[in-house]
Design a protein around this ligand. Structure first.
Ligand code: ATP
Length: 206
């Protein structure tokens, strides 16, 4: 019999548009004991921790990208790249590979049979190709907008504009192996989490 602990973990991607509840869902997964890599959270940490990355960002955007304490000036950077697709793409081409390397380091020490990666850009960056399965968390636009307005204090129109720039839900639903509909309560989301984990486990027993 094979020792399953000697196998490489199976990677499952969790994605969803703004306010879909992908982080909330990922936290439910974590409560079941599975490791989760939070790409967006790590990206925010890495821009402050990784000196090579810091230097590249300063080279691209100038010293103002970091404040006097060496902390990433998120708001300033967002304003600087807003509406400048070329600059945004250059910034992403620096940050995304750094997050990719950080993920590889994390993944290389994981021992669980399933590990999860939460990222807003799973399909957009083609990261699903490296995943055993992909999970899309989705919810109706109005619900997502309301949740983000409550969470971030953004206006209806601001959130609507962000949604309009993201990959359409229909397209993501087609690409995903599993879809979680997060239109109801957190309790309902937890139930869907349990069902999904069972499906995932079943998929390797077949
Ligand atoms: P983003 O991409 O903007 O970071 P996200 O997809 O990770 O968003 P979350 O941060 O998980 O989304 O959820 C958005 C907000 O909605 C949070 O404040 C979260 O607490 C809330 N939320 C998520 N799911 C539910 C739910 N089923 N019922 C009530 N509130 C929810």
């Amino acid at each position: 019999m094979k020792d399953i602990h000697a196998l490489k973990p199976l990677l499952i991607g969790i994605t969803g548009g703004i306010g879909s509840g992908k982080t909330t869902f990922a936290k439910c997964i974590e409560k079941h004991g599975f490791p989760v890599y939070y790409s967006d959270t790590r990206a925010k940490e890495i821009v402050n921790e990784n000196n090579v990355l810091k230097r590249k960002i300063i080279q691209l955007l100038g010293e103002d990208a970091y404040d006097e304490n060496g902390c990433y000036h998120r708001k300033w950077v967002a304003e600087k790249v807003f509406g400048n697709a070329e600059l945004l793409s250059q910034l992403n081409s620096i940050i995304h590979p750094a997050v990719g390397l950080d993920f590889e380091e994390w993944f290389s020490v994981q021992k669980a049979r399933f590990v999860f990666k939460e990222t807003a850009l799973l399909f957009e960056l083609g990261l699903n190709k490296n995943c055993y399965k992909s999970i899309l968390v989705t919810a109706e636009d109005n619900i997502r907008i309301k949740r983000v307005m409550d969470r971030d204090g953004k206006t209806y129109r601001e959130v609507e504009a962000i949604i309009a720039k993201q990959m359409p839900e229909k397209e993501k639903i087609k690409k995903a192996d599993f879809v979680v509909y997060n239109n109801s309560s957190i309790e309902e989301l937890k139930k869907q989490t349990t069902v999904l984990i069972e499906k995932m486990v079943d998929s390797i027993l077949i």
